[in-house]
Design a protein around this ligand. Sequence first.
Ligand SMILES: Cc1cc2nc3c(=O)[nH]c(=O)nc-3n(C[C@H](O)[C@H](O)[C@H](O)COP(=O)(O)OP(=O)(O)OC[C@H]3O[C@@H](n4cnc5c(N)ncnc54)[C@H](O)[C@@H]3O)c2cc1C
Length: 468
Amino acid sequence: MSRSTPPARVRVVQDAPLRPTGDFVLYWMIATRRTTSNFALDRAVEHAAALKKPIVVLEPLRAGYRWRSDRIDTTLVAGMSDNARRFAGEPVAYYPYVEPEAGAGQGLLAALAERACVVITDDFPCIFLPRMVRAAGEQLSVRLEAVDSNGIVPMRSTPDAFPTAYSFRRYLHRNLSPYLGEAPYARQRVAGVAPRIELPPAVVKRWPLASLESVPPRGATAAQQTLVDFLARLDRYGDDRNSPENDATSGLSSALHFGHISPHEIFHELADQEDWTPDDLADTVKGNRAGWWGMSESAEGFLDQLITWRELGYNMCVHRPDDYDRYESLPSWAQVTLEAHAGDEREFVYTLEQFDTAQTHDPIWNAAQTQLRREGRIHNYLRMLWGKKILEWTASPRDALAVMIELNNKYALDGRNPNSYSGIFWCLGRYDRAWGPERPIFGKIRYMSSDNTRRKYKLKSYLEAYSS
Ligand SMILES: Cc1cc2nc3c(=O)[nH]c(=O)nc-3n(C[C@H](O)[C@H](O)[C@H](O)COP(=O)(O)OP(=O)(O)OC[C@H]3O[C@@H](n4cnc5c(N)ncnc54)[C@H](O)[C@@H]3O)c2cc1C
C-alpha cells in the first residue's frame, strides 16, 4: 500500500504545474544522500508512479564551496559509491556528478530539468543550500519542490524559534507523537515507476558521471553499521556519555549531517530494541528530560539529544534564516553580559593560526583541537570546553565566534550543520540561562574550566593519544 508524503514536509519553490510531457521525474539529491528513509525520494516516486514516468537521481558534489576539504569530499564520494550500488538493479537512473573545478557543473541541473516533469530536492536549512535552491527555483521553469527529511518533526510545522531546549521539549511532548507514525519508507521502494531510462547522452557527454568503480562504498552502509554497534552498547550511554575516554556516544552526527542515515531509522531501531510502543508514552507533559518516552534511562538520554537538541538546531535555522549564524542572534541577556565584560583583561589571547595549530598553553585544549584536525571530531564534553576556552582566549566574543565557526566547519565532519551553530552559540549563551557568580570575560555566561574537567574525568590516555 502506498502512502503520500506528508504535506508539511513539502515546500513548493517553483510553483509551475507538473509537466506530463516530460521524460522523467528528477530528484536533485543535495542533502538527504541515501536511498531509503528519504521523504524526497518517496515524493519523487509518488510523482513518477502517478505520471508513469521513470526517475533520474542527480547527486552532485560541488567544488569550491566554503570549508571544502578532502575529508568531506572523500566521505561524500564514498556515500555516492554506496548509493550507486543500492540503486543498481532498480528502475532509477542514478547520476553521480563530481565537479572537477568550481563552476564546471553549471548548467547540468537546468539541462536535466528541461526534460523533467517535476524536480524534487532536499530542504536543508543551513549554509549555502537554501540560497542554491532558491536560485534554482528562480531559474527553472519546471515545478520545483523541496522536501524535508531532516527530523522526526517536520521543521516548518513548528510555530517559531524556541529559546531553550526545555521549551522545545515541552512543545515536543505535546506535538511529537503523531509524527512518529509518519516515517518515510524504510526499504528501498520505487514501485509503480516506469522502467529505467538511459541518461541523455549529450548531457552525460558534457558532464561525465563520476567514476566510482574503485571507491569503496561507505555512506549509508557504514552509518547503519555504526548504529548497530551503538545499539549494542546503548546501556552505557546514560552513565558514560560525558566521559571522553569511554566510547559511549553513537558517533552518528556526521552520518546524520551527510544524510547517510535518517533519524527515523535510528528512532525505530532503538524503539524495537527497547520493545517500545506508543502506549508507553507518559500522559503528562512536564518538559522533563527523562520519563516521557517510557524507555530505559540510556535510551531516553539518547533521544533527548537525537530529537530535542538536534531538531532544536533545525528549528532555529528554519525560523531565523538571516541571522542563525550571527552574533546578534544571541539572547539579549547574553549580549549584555558579554558587552559588560568585553574590556576585561585577557591573560591569554591567541590568533586563529595558533588555535588552528593547537598552540595554546593548555594540554587538554590542544588535545581536543588535535583530535578535531586529525579525525574531524571532538568528544561532546570536550567540545563544550573547547568553545568556552576560545571565548576566554580571544580579544572579543565576536572574535571567539568567528574562530569557533571557522575551525568547527573547516575540520569537523559533522560541521556546516544546524547543530554546528547550536553548539557554538551555546558556548556564548544561546539556549542557556544566566549563571553566577559573575566572572571576568564570561560575565553571566556559563563557565567551564580545564581543571574541573581533569578532576571529573580520566584523561590520561586521551592526552597521550592526541598530544600535538
Ligand atoms: C562548540 C560545539 C560545536 C558543535 N558542533 C557540532 C557540529 O558541527 N555538528 C553537530 O552535529 N553537532 C555539533 N555539536 C553538538 C555535539 O557535540 C555533537 O552533536 C555530538 O558530540 C556528536 O556526537 P555523537 O553523534 O556521538 O552524539 P550522541 O551523544 O550519540 O547524540 C546523538 C545525536 O544527537 C545529536 N546531538 C547530540 N548532542 C547534541 C547537541 N549538544 N546539540 C545538538 N545535537 C546534538 C547529534 O545529531 C548526535 O549525532 C557541537 C557542540 C559544541 C559544544
